[in-house]
Design a protein around this ligand. Structure first.
Ligand SMILES: [Mg+2]
Length: 284
């Protein structure tokens, strides 16, 4: 089975960043702020700190050995990282930290028995560093927004009460723990295995043909059909997402009910399509 390339942010995914920020605000500015209120948006937005004070907080908590020594691990982060490595996956840390702050993160991980490759982007846009990833987790939705052009990369927002108010688009999913991360990676690997099977059997190609026919029926030019090969399989039902039409609109959804017979159902997105024609299209 193909091993996956997995990317993780550091602060707020490996470390309990809200707690660290709350402690930092208390120590540096003498103010009590609950960890769940410790995002820049909330702290600066509510006038608790100025923007430059928040930047000062960041440089202290990320850039000084004192704070790094007091940085708590997110429950299970080290244990599940080791399990993922054991399963042969390629793990990378991609952080917006400055290089010297990333070195402190590297030491923090090393003290816990992890020797991971760390890329410090030194700014918010992580898209170059995340090219080629299958899976990426960050606790900052703005960082994930930059990556929405990588359809192959599964994007996850690590949930904290401090980002609970954030609205997230459908390409990004919330994930709440390292145990969940571990299960999601395993699920993705199983999905890839199924994809391989479908590609070999020709079923996937049939789905593209059907989607293409649907697109033409709806006035699209030939070839204006895309499938992102996003398969969902739950024992009896296979769903494949397709984008049909030159504007990439719609979510043509083909459901194969019986893998052996290749019977399709069309979702309500395409109510005008005569589903009885489908077996003919498939050459059944
Ligand atoms: Mg972070």
């Amino acid at each position: 089975m193909r091993k996956l390339v997995l990317g993780f942010d550091f602060d707020g995914v490996y470390t309990n960043c809200p707690r660290l920020k709350s402690d930092g605000i208390k120590k540096l500015f003498g103010k009590d702020v609950l960890p769940e209120h410790c995002s820049r948006r909330l702290v600066v937005g509510r006038g608790i700190l100025t923007d430059s004070q928040y930047s000062e907080l960041q440089s202290q908590i990320y850039g000084t050995p004192y704070f790094m020594a007091h940085t708590e691990e997110v429950t299970g982060a080290i244990r599940y990282t080791k399990k993922l490595i054991e399963r042969g996956h390629d793990l990378r840390i991609i952080t917006a930290r400055k290089q010297e702050w990333a070195d402190l993160a590297r030491k923090w991980l090393k003290r816990r028995g992890l020797n991971l490759r760390i890329t410090a982007t030194e700014q918010g846009n992580k898209s170059d560093a995340c090219r080629g990833l299958d899976f990426f987790v960050d606790d900052d939705v703005d960082k994930l927004f930059w990556l929405r052009n990588y359809p192959k990369c599964n994007l996850y927002l690590f949930s904290w009460p401090s980002n609970a108010h954030e609205h997230i688009p459908e390409e990004i999913r919330r994930i709440g723990s390292w145990q969940e991360i571990y299960h999601e990676v395993n699920k993705l690997q199983r999905k890839e295995k199924l994809q391989e099977k479908l590609e070999k059997s020709g079923i996937a190609e049939n789905c593209v043909r059907v989607a293409s026919k649907l697109g033409q029926d709806r006035g699209s030019r030939q070839g204006d059909c895309y499938t992102n090969r996003n398969y969902l399989y739950d024992e009896t039902t296979l769903t494949i997402d397709c984008d049909i039409g030159c504007n990439m609109q719609g979510d043509g959804r083909l459901i194969v009910k019986q893998l052996g017979k290749v019977v399709f159902e069309i979702s309500n997105s395409y109510p005008h399509y005569n589903r009885r024609d489908l077996p003919k299209l498939l050459g059944d």
